[in-house]
Design a protein around this ligand. Sequence first.
Ligand code: NDP
Length: 246
Amino acid sequence: MLKNKTAFITGASRGIGKAIALAMAKNGANIAFTYVSNQTAAVETCEEIRGLGVDAEAFLCDVTDFSQAGETVKAIVARFGKVDILVNNAGITKDGLILTMKEQDFDQVINTNLKGAFHIIKHMSGPFMKQRKGSIINISSVSGLMGNPGQANYSAAKAGLIGLTKTVAKEFAPRGVTCNAIAPGFIETDMTAKLSEKAKVAALEAIPLKRMGSPEDIANVAVFLASDQANYITGEIIKVDGGLYV
Ligand code: NDP
């Protein structure tokens, strides 16, 4: 579905980003991806992707750093010649009730999950406009749609990402570039592994399909949105949450 395309995925050393990278590679795309701290995981993921017979390269880039994001975009375009698919996936949590949440925990989550996506989109806007084709996929969250106690910072960032998605969809549409978001529910990754047993049991009870999602559940939708089969979809938010937010 993605033969001869190049995908650029932020935060694909682990978790959902890695699953998206592998699924896109299985569909024929060459993969450029970033990581911020876990070089061992990034190198392993890169080897795994190359093992699928496509080109791949990992780039160290903190998406919260505007100029680093710009340098990384330049390096990726130079290395791969073009970017057809951009997936803004890099994200963190710093959970806590508002009563006790530190200001820096609020800022760090907004800077990574929302501003980080803006940085990459801003630097990719030139290449995308010139190319007159491309798909952008932002990984939001059901927390951004329904709110979640203990996640004021995270749900605000993910709701912001939905507003950003809709604006980018409208601004870039005249140039043939689509922009959509995926809003995952509870997905089994390092991010949710740190939740308490009590929180996991409560989450499972609230999910009509009675299971946590897998990173592959998200990757399947990302592949579709990145493919030519989704050419007429833009500004859409697709929930992949086992019915959590119906
Ligand atoms: P993980 O914690 O498993 O992976 C996070 C990834 O983001 C890693 O590759 C990490 O790199 C990278 N990253 C973190 N901070 C930065 C940064 N400042 N700059 C660049 N890369 C960074 O998370 P998930 O796979 O669970 O989550 C992926 C996305 O999906 C996130 O946006 C998350 O909010 C969203 N999501 C996840 C859900 C879930 O239940 N898991 C539910 C809803 C949404 P490194 O390995 O180097 O640390």
